[in-house]
Design a protein around this ligand. Structure first.
Ligand code: CUA
Length: 336
């Protein structure tokens, strides 16, 4: 069967498009091959070494397949039954020993750069606790608690302590460092030390249930001065409502079961099941990067969270009158 010239051109186009997609992934803001720190650079080097090795082996296997095809039907050289054993010993034992030894040396060289920071070597500790399905972020020694947006100062070694409140999650910001698992009953640590300011997206990388794919996070690297100002703001209790609508919104929040799951510091709301909302208005996204933090998307989220994040623990409040939900949104968005 022949594809014909048109079919051939179509497949060429598909192949070129595929290569372009792969190449564009290499420069994305959430890619191992676009490192922003020394540990991430070491990991990228290891990745490219593995990729090059895999390509060589792939080419070798393809070459052997082609050779076998070309020589099909021809009689063997005859008289030598040791041929198959040589192939098994060479391809099944000697080659893997050589390849895995080289890889082992590469991994040993990368390990020191990506290991947990020695105690006392960092200036700041950030606690990150995985939940189904958001990230709780705490700054020990301060009252600041936030969610899904981890602010850190640039050019400052940060000790990130990873824990979980429920199942196994894995914290991963590919441009900054390796993955670190969050395992029930255990504490794992990793160092984040970003030389440049910017926003570095990350993702939960251990399957943790229905909304695993929508468990995103962002590391916001700021200048040290901007970070100090941000942290001081976040440590303050929530801003008091100033308009009648915001006042109504706070009343709704405290009475319509929101307070059972969420904390707003400075109010009687002290729930721990959902994200701390003391400064929710200052965040860029809601629902772990699922939606932008705008009044209209917050309204939609409160009305029917299951539409945007099926399985989310947050119940919907479609039964509340729209004006009541709007008051709730006005209050929450005022919490900057
Ligand atoms: Cu949390 Cu996957």
């Amino acid at each position: 069967m022949s594809l014909g010239r048109a079919g051939g051109r179509r497949w060429t186009r598909v192949a070129v498009l595929g290569l372009l997609l792969v190449a564009s992934g290499c420069n994305s803001n959430q890619s191992v091959t676009n490192p922003a720190t020394t540990p991430a650079s070491d990991i990228a080097t290891l990745w490219w070494a593995m990729f090059a090795g895999a390509m060589v082996i792939f080419a070798l296997v393809l070459g052997l397949l082609v050779l076998a095809y070309v020589r099909r039907g021809r009689p063997g050289s005859g008289g030598d039954d040791r041929g198959p054993y040589r192939v098994i010993l060479g391809g099944g034992l000697a080659a893997p020993i050589v390849v895995l030894s080289i890889l082992f040396i590469f991994v040993i060289r990368v390990m020191p750069a990506v290991s947990a920071p020695p105690p006392g070597s960092t200036k700041l500790t950030v606690d990150v606790i995985g939940h189904q399905w958001f990230w709780e972020v705490r700054y020990p020694g301060t009252a600041a608690v936030t969610a899904n947006e981890i602010h850190i100062p640039a050019r400052t070694p940060v000790n990130l302590v990873a824990r979980t409140a429920d199942v196994i999650h894995s914290f991963w910001v590919p441009r900054l460092n390796r993955k670190i698992d969050m395992i029930p009953g255990r504490t794992n640590r990793i160092e984040l030390d970003a030389p440049q300011t910017g926003v570095y997206p990350g993702q939960c990388s251990e399957f943790c249930g229905l909304e695993h794919a929508d468990m995103g996070l962002e590391v916001v690297v700021q200048t040290p001065a901007a970070f100090r100002a941000w942290l001081a703001d976040q440590a303050r209790p929530a801003r008091a409502p100033t308009t009648p609508q915001e006042l109504q919104g706070r009343q709704v929040f405290l009475t319509a079961s929101c307070a059972d799951c969420h904390t707003i510091r400075g109010t009687p709301a002290v729930g721990r099941a959902g994200p701390d909302l003391t400064h929710v208005g200052s965040r860029q996204t809601i629902a772990a990067l699922t939606l932008p933090n705008t009044p209209s998307s917050l309204f939609d989220w409160i009305t029917n969270p299951q539409l945007y994040k099926p399985g989310a623990r947050m119940p919907g409040f479609a039964s509340l009158p729209a004006s009541t939900r709007r008051a709730l949104v006005a209050y929450l968005e005022s919490l900057t």
